[in-house]
Write a protein that binds this ligand. Structure first.
Ligand SMILES: NC(=O)c1ccc[n+]([C@@H]2O[C@H](COP(=O)([O-])OP(=O)(O)OC[C@H]3O[C@@H](n4cnc5c(N)ncnc54)[C@H](O)[C@@H]3O)[C@@H](O)[C@H]2O)c1
Length: 261
């Protein structure tokens, strides 16, 4: 067998459908493009039609296929409608990436309830709704793979982002629990935990002092590029390469989690 065939069999997604919730964002967009280039038909889902349509156009320009569907990831009816729209488009769903997220950085004693709720809902409840609604369908229709997005703050909390760190610790804990629940039914659930990748949700938080502190604890001494998440995502999502991986969390962080000083 040629090396290309071997890799295609391991990581290829031809004939599969992947849904990326938050595919409108920086990391979700890169994951959507990566899954599409591996052969999947990708449903880019999110709130911003302009950015979603732009990502679909980029995927199509690269010779792959995709469509955009609007979703509010914290609303059950909307996530259910996303599943229905996906099934209308391709008749199947094999991969779900839960990549909607928000961040907030306020002095601890000044965090309003609605800000705390917004972060927990967007990061954790959206993950729950995606896993429950898509997981049920996958379990009843031959299995699939779900990828939740954690963070290095899921391991030890990051200063200044209280709700965010708690939400990501919860996403990883939840991922393990749902993996146990769904693995017997053919659905593999895993978490990808990125380090620091400049994006919309963290731009305001990355002050020069913060950047210096991050680099001081990142052995590779740089930010990640969104495309550097794709290989890890393919490993966790591809039915052959990832066939025995469930309940895992994979850190892609330039070594941040591996060290203290
Ligand atoms: N950028 C990083 O360094 C980093 C590190 C670790 C984890 N993450 C996580 O990666 C994920 C993607 O973040 P990003 O950095 O690409 O940020 P981003 O702001 O570029 O993307 C987030 C996307 O989620 C969408 N979204 C938010 N609420 C939504 C809702 N209710 N319904 C539908 N879509 C919604 C936003 O519109 C946006 O397109 C998040 O879960 C984030 O916490 C990011």
């Amino acid at each position: 067998m040629m090396a290309g065939d071997y890799l295609h069999n391991l990581f290829g997604l031809a004939g599969r459908t992947a849904v990326v919730v938050g595919g409108t964002g920086v990391l979700g967009g890169a994951l959507a493009e990566g899954l599409a280039r591996a052969g999947a038909f990708v449903v880019v889902a999110g709130r911003g039609a302009d950015r979603g349509s732009g990502r679909v156009a980029a995927i199509k320009a690269g010779g792959s296929d995709a469509t955009f569907v609007t979703v509010d990831a914290v609303a059950r009816d909307s996530v259910r409608a996303l599943l229905d729209a996906t099934l209308r488009a391709t008749g199947r769903v094999d991969i779900l990436v839960n990549c909607a997220g928000v961040n907030s950085s306020l002095p601890y004693f000044e965090i309003p309830d609605d800000d705390f709720d917004r972060v927990i809902d967007t990061n954790l409840k959206s993950t729950h709704l995606g896993c429950q609604i898509f997981g049920a369908h996958m379990a009843d229709h031959g299995g699939g793979a779900i990828l939740n997005i954690g963070s290095v703050s899921a391991d030890k909390p990051l200063s200044k982002v209280f709700a965010y760190s708690a939400s990501k610790a919860a996403v990883v804990n939840y991922t393990r629990n749902v993996a146990r629940e769904l693995a017997p039914r053919g659905v593999r659930v895993n978490a990808l935990c990125p380090g620091f990748f400049p994006a919309e949700q963290n731009r305001k938080i990355l002050s020069p002092e913060r950047v210096a502190a991050i680099m001081g604890q990142t052995p590779m001494n740089r930010f990640g590029e969104p495309a550097e998440l794709v290989g890890a995502a393919l490993l966790l999502c591809a039915p052959t390469a990832g066939s025995f991986i469930a309940g895992a969390e994979l850190y892609v962080d330039g070594g941040f989690t591996a060290m203290r000083l």
